[in-house]
Design a binder for this molecule. Structure first.
Ligand SMILES: Cc1cc2nc3c(=O)[nH]c(=O)nc-3n(C[C@H](O)[C@H](O)[C@H](O)COP(=O)(O)OP(=O)(O)OC[C@H]3O[C@@H](n4cnc5c(N)ncnc54)[C@H](O)[C@@H]3O)c2cc1C
Length: 492
């Protein structure tokens, strides 16, 4: 690029402003010392490396978006992710505005074997979208979603949030499966599988991905689908961020009446056993239209409750009829299930799961509700723990085990054991309580959802028969394991 020409552009001005400790274009550089000419970075294998400021400046010049270093007014905001436990400081943050920016950033990192974190919506529970001293590829500004009623497709940039996906689709009278907290990012969420309240009818989010744009470790921007690079397309539907940076997803949409029978039924915790024992039997025969699953939580005023979240994706009268037996169990203290806008339930957890909370989670896939599982949940109940669920079955189960890279097609439900607190002094207490609670239910689970995997258990066993194919594809597209801050698959 003609450097003088570049310096005349507005983009150049913004780049210079975004790198506060580097001289701007055309300005006289300060006298260079060793400390002035490079900053500390960390390599893929953890060794300390030096990053030349001149090279960082070149990266900034090659990108449309800014490169942020410590000290820039946007640096701290950009490195802040959802879980308050992860306070890390990347050496540089490439705030990408398009796929070409991502390609420049990925190439910069690969050439230096620099550790890379990719930030979509920033909701990684274990904090895999941030790192100390590496390069953070920040997709937060790539957040546009469009929907087309004619083609029944939505297109979402890799840093968009689920709220934008729901909104764009619903505005066109359509929907696709999206998760239960609307400020979660489409990026990590989709790549790992994507559980939402319409699973049973439309499948997981990965089952609705019809194509994607992805920047692989060699810096190439690729369009992928069932026809173009089908192996890579298969791998990103469940294999997480292992294969590159997804800059765009295309989703199948479904015609949808947003006024749905939905809401929560709430019982005091004293009725937990009755409610779960009933649910364990009753839920086995539910229609694909009915999504209903248990949550055990402590309300802000300290009342421990068991709740059922309900969405009936069909004629409300039929939904009322199917739901009636559940409503007749025990004595609910609240029944909020009514015909209402779909987004009421889709945003109901947004505040409870607000940004900045310190949080720890474990999860397990449940193939069958048994008396043993009910006993374990009831007997291990702890007011510090939020037991959440993601109901599967239905359309999720009808997809072949190896049709996508998502491995748990047999699960009826995914149970998530979560705790949240604000005071760092309580970290050990809450983490230990969450682990103990999960230990009680773990014998009734088989495998886990990589998107909520805190302790990085062995990927091979969890991916089962898909693992070898995933390793081969990883070896083909990312032989150096540049994209390793995820539920990592070793390149073959
Ligand atoms: C409050 C909360 C609610 C949740 N609710 C649900 C739910 O209802 N259903 C469900 O299935 N899951 C849910 N999850 C789990 C969620 O799917 C994962 O946390 C997911 O990784 C979040 O994606 P993100 O883009 O926001 O995360 P990030 O922290 O940005 O990234 C997570 C991982 O994905 C990678 N990544 C992100 N974007 C890209 C991209 N565009 N290209 C390549 N790699 C990328 C990152 O490098 C990292 O490894 C929830 C999580 C939280 C914290």
């Amino acid at each position: 690029m003609d450097r003088r020409k570049f310096c005349r552009t507005a983009v150049a001005a913004s780049v210079a402003a975004a790198i506060p400790i580097l001289p701007g274009c055309g300005k006289k550089a300060p006298v260079a010392t060793q400390a002035d000419t490079s900053i500390r970075g960390i390599s893929l294998d953890g060794a300390e490396i030096e990053l030349e400021k001149a090279a960082i400046r070149e990266l900034g010049e090659s990108m449309t978006g800014p490169v942020l270093l410590s000290g820039h007014p946007d640096y701290d905001g950009a490195r802040t992710i959802w879980n308050g436990m992860h306070d890390k400081r990347p050496a540089l943050i490439a705030r990408c505005l398009n796929a070409e920016d991502v390609s420049e950033a990925v190439t910069f990192a690969r050439e230096r074997e620099l550790l890379v974190a990719v930030r979509g919506g920033g909701h990684s529970w274990p904090g895999k979208s941030i790192c100390d001293d590496g390069l953070m590829v920040d997709l937060s500004q790539m957040n546009t979603v469009t929907a087309d009623a004619e083609t029944q497709r939505a297109s979402a940039q890799g840093g968009a949030l689920l709220s934008a996906l729901d909104a764009a689709a619903l505005n066109k009278g359509m929907v696709t499966t999206a998760g239960v907290v609307s400020h979660t990012g489409v990026g990590g969420y989709t790549l790992g599988g994507g559980f939402g309240r319409l699973n049973r009818k439309y499948g997981l989010t990965v089952d609705n991905v019809t194509g994607a744009q992805i920047v692989t470790a060699d810096g190439t921007v690729r369009r992928i689908s069932a026809e173009e690079e089908p192996d890579l397309f298969w791998a990103i539907r469940g294999g997480g961020g292992n294969f590159g940076v997804a800059t765009e997803f295309e989703y199948q949409l479904h015609p949808f009446d947003r006024n749905v029978l939905s809401g929560s039924i709430v019982w005091p915790v004293e009725q937990l056993r009755d409610v779960l024992e009933f649910y364990a039997e009753w839920s086995a025969g539910l229609s694909d239209e009915m999504y209903v699953g248990p949550t055990i939580a402590t309300t802000p005023d300290g009342v421990r409750v068991v709740m059922m979240d309900v969405v009936y994706n069909g004629d409300p009268a039929a939904g009322e009829k199917e739901l009636a037996p559940l409503r007749a169990i025990g004595s609910p203290i609240m029944d909020g299930v009514t015909v209402q806008d779909y987004t009421v339930l889709q945003t109901i957890n947004d505040v409870a799961f607000g940004h900045g909370v310190r949080s720890y989670a474990k999860n397990g896939m449940v193939k069958e509700w048994t008396q043993g599982l009910v006993n374990a949940i009831v007997e291990s109940d702890d007011p510090r723990i939020f037991v959440a669920n993601h109901v599967a079955g239905g359309a999720v189960k009808r997809v072949g085990e190896l049709d996508t890279a998502f491995p748990h097609r047999n699960a009826e439900i995914m149970l998530v054991i979560v705790s949240g607190w604000m005071d760092p002094a309580q970290d050990d207490e809450f983490i230990a309580a969450t682990r103990a609670n999960f230990k009680a239910i773990e014998p009734h689970t088989g495998g886990y959802y990589t998107n909520i995997d805190f302790d990085g258990a062995e990927a091979a066993g969890n991916y089962g028969p898909a693992y070898e194919r995933l390793r081969k594809i990883k070896g083909q597209y990312d032989p150096g394991n540049l994209f390793r801050l995820n539920s990592n698959i070793e390149p073959a």
